[in-house]
Write a protein that binds this ligand. Structure first.
Ligand SMILES: [Mn+2]
Length: 340
């Protein structure tokens, strides 16, 4: 049976390569019978060359997907945004019902993710009676008292991360939810869209399994098992061993830091994307850093490094044990030969 999954992302010029990488990632991990309806809402100044490149994925994976790039108008250019790291186009996910009038349902995904499995099961989740589906943000639970007050909501039991949102567009249209979301833009210094979604949609949010949005910034909670306060052992195991969407929440992205978890997997999809021949626009990714082999256990304990001086005229070996340099040279003979 053929299935169809509708996905929407957003982007400005800086992250065009990440859109293409995500689309390739989705196409490489999808089941054969699942057709992908891929859409991206972009800033009004989005480069035409980038549009061509992103559209070319349709030919690259012929018959498996459709790719639409839609330019937004200027209405969000000047919204108040004090976050410093979230861009204004984050607000575009508040326009999906408006921009796709013939769709009933859509899956919004951030571009700072790595996807490990077909997403039809997630897309097909029953969200009748809800505006949105999302994954509970365990790290926000730490600030629950502050947040409950700030957002004036009864509790934080359904506070979701807005990087993966299953949007019930029929329900959103029926209650004019997008106008309510827009009205609150600029209200919070530490968030562009996430607080607003959680405030406006409170009581209409369906919690989705944790594996659909595993947070990089919550790694410490998974590792220390503090996450068990909010999830079961089985859910935690799924998050660690079988994530479906791994999300680089925070400022560290796989195109910036090569040794981050799953960053090489991200790089593999980037290399298959139409942006592979370009230098990454942000220039933070040093090719040799990501090609550098991981040190083995024994290499970490014992290593011999060739050290050159500045002008490369002299080089010598240094031996390290447990990261400390070992001085292996014999003591210099006291008598100075041939000097006098
Ligand atoms: Mn994100």
């Amino acid at each position: 049976m053929q299935t169809k999954t509708s996905i929407v992302v957003n982007s400005d010029n800086n992250l065009a390569f990440a859109v293409a990488t995500l689309f390739v990632n989705l196409l490489e991990t999808k089941k054969n019978e699942n057709f992908l309806d891929l859409n991206v809402l972009v800033t009004p100044d989005f480069d035409d060359e980038y549009i061509k490149k992103i559209k070319s994925i349709e030919q690259q994976y012929e018959g498996q997907c459709s790719v639409n790039v839609i330019k937004m108008d200027h209405r969000f250019d000047n919204i108040r945004n004090k976050t410093g790291y979230i861009t204004n186009c984050a607000a575009y996910r508040m326009c999906v019902a408006e921009m796709f009038p013939s769709h009933h349902k859509m899956l919004y995904i951030d571009t700072d993710v790595v996807v490990f499995d077909d997403l039809y099961e997630l897309f097909n989740t029953d969200i009748n009676g809800y505006y949105i589906g999302g994954v509970f943000s365990i790290e926000h639970y730490i600030y629950r008292n502050e947040l409950i007050e700030k957002l004036s909501i009864p509790d934080l039991s359904q506070y979701v991360n807005s990087g993966v949102l299953l949007l019930n567009l029929d329900e959103i249209r029926k209650d004019n939810v997008e106008a309510k979301l827009h009205a609150l833009l600029g209200s919070y210094d530490d968030s562009v869209d996430q607080h607003i979604f959680n405030k406006v949609c409170y009581g209409h949010i369906k919690l989705l399994p944790f594996k659909y949005n595993v947070f990089q910034s919550s790694e410490w909670m998974y590792e220390s098992k503090k996450a068990l306060v909010e999830m079961t052992e089985a859910e935690l195991e799924e998050v660690i061993k079988r994530p479906v969407i791994y999300h680089y929440t925070g400022t560290v992205k796989p195109w910036l830091v090569a040794d981050k978890k799953y960053a090489l997997r991200w790089m593999r999809y980037y290399k298959k994307s139409p942006f592979a021949t370009e230098k990454l626009p942000l220039h933070f990714m040093d090719e040799h850093v990501y090609l550098m082999p991981k040190l083995t256990f024994w290499q970490k304990i014992f290593s011999i490094n060739l050290i050159s001086n500045k002008n490369n005229t002299k080089s010598k070996y240094k031996v390290f044990l447990l990261g400390m340099q070992i001085n292996y040279r014999k003591k210099k003979k006291q008598k100075q030969q041939g000097e006098n």
